[in-house]
Design a protein around this ligand. Structure first.
Ligand code: XMP
Ligand code: MG
Length: 184
């Protein structure tokens, strides 16, 4: 689905499919430069990270293992609850592994700082974070994010895996959701 297919629901397109692909290629080069000994285990956070995981992993010139976790964050609304619960755990033992968490967006950073700590507790050798988007709120926390697609304003965005009430994930672009969609 393209932005034009749901034009009335969007206030503006932030990044087109082409821009996202080009940026992911740049980020992939950074990751390759940092992991020269062994590829990291890519851990995608369901469901939002599905698109970036698919594009980033195929762009990389090495063969990373991939695994997935699902944690509760926003539910159907637009505000972070701060409560993190594992809905689906990894199949992989991360003991001694270099882990690269792959995320769609970091807002408060609550989800990610909890997840990073959780993986370190399980004995991961290192845990780094790659996110397609980061909101300004995340800069207030001390969570370090090694790979960032774009810093965006504090607006609710959809597309490229990001949803509002499970919709718009299949939008190819990333766009700001028009307030009338969620203000009622
Ligand atoms: P925190 O606040 O813990 O939240 O960093 C990260 C999670 O919140 C969701 N999130 C969004 N989802 N558009 C979305 O579709 C947004 O603008 C947005 N901001 C935060 C998302 O699930 C992310 O993993
Ligand atoms: Mg997410």
């Amino acid at each position: 689905m393209r932005a034009g297919d749901v034009q009335a629901d969007l206030s503006k397109v932030l990044y087109t499919e082409q821009q996202l692909r080009a940026r992911i290629a740049e980020v992939a080069r950074q990751i390759e430069a940092d992991y020269t000994a062994e590829p990291p285990l890519l851990v995608g956070v369901l469901k939002g990270a599905v698109m970036i995981m698919a594009d980033l992993s195929r762009e990389l010139k090495f063969m990373p293992e991939m695994d997935w976790m699902a944690v509760s964050s926003y539910g159907a609304g637009t505000k972070s609850s701060g409560v993190v619960k594992i809905l689906k755990d990894l199949d992989t033992d991360v003991m001694g592994r270099d882990v690269l968490i792959v995320e769609d967006i970091i807002d408060s950073g609550l989800t990610l700082s909890w997840l990073k700590e959780n993986l370190l507790t399980r004995g991961a050798k290192s845990v780094k974070i790659c996110t397609m988007l980061r909101k300004p709120e995340a800069l207030k926390t001390d969570i370090s994010v090694e790979y960032i697609g774009y810093d965006i304003p504090s607006e609710f965005v959809v597309g490229y895996g990001l949803d509002y009430a499970e919709k718009y994930r299949n939008l190819r672009d990333i766009a700001v959701l028009a307030p009338h969609v969620y203000e009622n």
